[in-house]
Design a protein around this ligand. Structure first.
Ligand SMILES: Nc1ccc([C@@H]2N[C@H](CO)[C@@H](O)[C@H]2O)cc1
Ligand SMILES: [Ca+2]
Length: 312
């Protein structure tokens, strides 16, 4: 199984990423770390703890991380995720929070495991990852790869070309994208294909059960929020696309391309800039996810719900 650390800001779609990472046998979830983003750090951390209970996740450490970006103020996505960060569902009691900062957990976990065996899966702003790199630069060569939800190629949800996770902390993103580790950017080009349509909801409803109902509750709220805030009929469930790619790389088609981050103020601030004019040689350590196998993706999510309900 692939060992991963999920660095997240739950968040309706982070919640599905956590479910997929916990349930699928191809993934060994070494720990969950949290970052302020969709909501403030205290709220997203509490949400992660409650989700661990909901999914029956035993013994997976949860560590809270940075409570704000490196330079920018926190700008929660309250319209899309609600005041709690997980509006639309009733949350169970929280699982315990582990001692110690997320940045130290990320560093220690990578340094304690064999080189090239731990994958980082950030699905929120990249502050914790940037801080970890600055505190312990040796993690860059030891990490197997970074598969992050964020950015996109000339697409945005915070203005014309910025995506929320990057836009929230562009300086952290610039640090992360400029380290020489392998990065798969699972951006909006890809995740806007991962729509929770009526047919998807029906498959989950047909499964039945408490976790199926929980996920449907997430989707119901997220769908209304997306209709009201971005005019989408169905909500794109961004974050689990990262885990799905790790489970089955054929589910996501990627293109190798140099990617950097714009941190200058102005209309392109927070943009991930893919340079398709550059030569693609072995120095290119970044790739952008562009095409999703819709049915393959959703079958993994339905399977994860089924597995968690069966092991409950
Ligand atoms: N409108 C909006 C939707 C999702 C998000 C969060 N940020 C990323 C998508 O931009 C995902 O990680 C998701 O959790 C932010 C804003
Ligand atoms: Ca997220």
């Amino acid at each position: 199984a692939k060992k991963i650390i999920l660095d997240c800001d739950p968040g309706h779609d982070d919640a599905v990423a956590m479910l997929l990472a916990h349930a699928n046998p191809e993934i060994e979830l070494l720990g969950v770390t949290t970052i302020g983003g969709n909501q403030t750090l205290d709220k997203v951390t509490h949400n992660a703890q409650c989700l661990a209970t909901e999914y029956g996740m035993e013994g997976v450490p949860i560590h809270a991380g940075c409570d704000r970006p490196l330079l920018r103020p926190v700008n929660p996505a309250a319209k899309e995720h609600g005041e709690s960060g997980l509006d639309g569902v009733v949350l169970p009691e929280p699982a315990p929070l582990s001692e110690g900062h997320a940045v130290d957990f990320i560093i220690d976990t990578i340094m304690e495991n064999e080189p090239g065996t731990v994958t980082l899966v950030p699905t929120g702003p990249l502050t914790n990852i940037a801080m970890a790199v600055r505190k312990e630069p040796r993690i860059v060569d030891r990490v197997k790869e970074v598969v992050l939800m964020g950015g996109g190629v000339h697409v945005g949800n915070r203005g014309p070309v910025a995506e929320f996770n990057i836009w929230t902390d562009p300086e952290a993103a610039k640090i992360v994208f400029n380290e020489p580790w392998p990065i798969t950017m699972v951006g909006l080009d890809l995740t806007h294909q991962a729509l929770a349509t009526d047919e998807v909801a029906k498959k989950i409803a047909d499964l039945g059960g408490p976790v199926a109902d929980f996920v449907l509750g997430l989707f119901t709220f997220f769908r209304k929020a997306y209709q009201d805030s971005q005019g989408f009929e169905f909500p794109p469930v961004h974050d689990p696309c990262t885990v799905a790619y790790l489970i089955d790389p054929d589910i996501v088609k990627c293109v190798k391309v140099p990617i950097d981050v714009e941190t200058a103020p102005g209309i392109t601030n927070g943009m991930t800039v893919a340079d398709f004019n550059a030569p693609i040689d072995e120095t290119v350590h970044t790739q952008a996810a562009m095409e999703l196998d819709f049915d393959g993706f959703w079958s993994l999510v339905v399977d994860a719900i089924d597995r968690v309900q069966k092991s409950g």
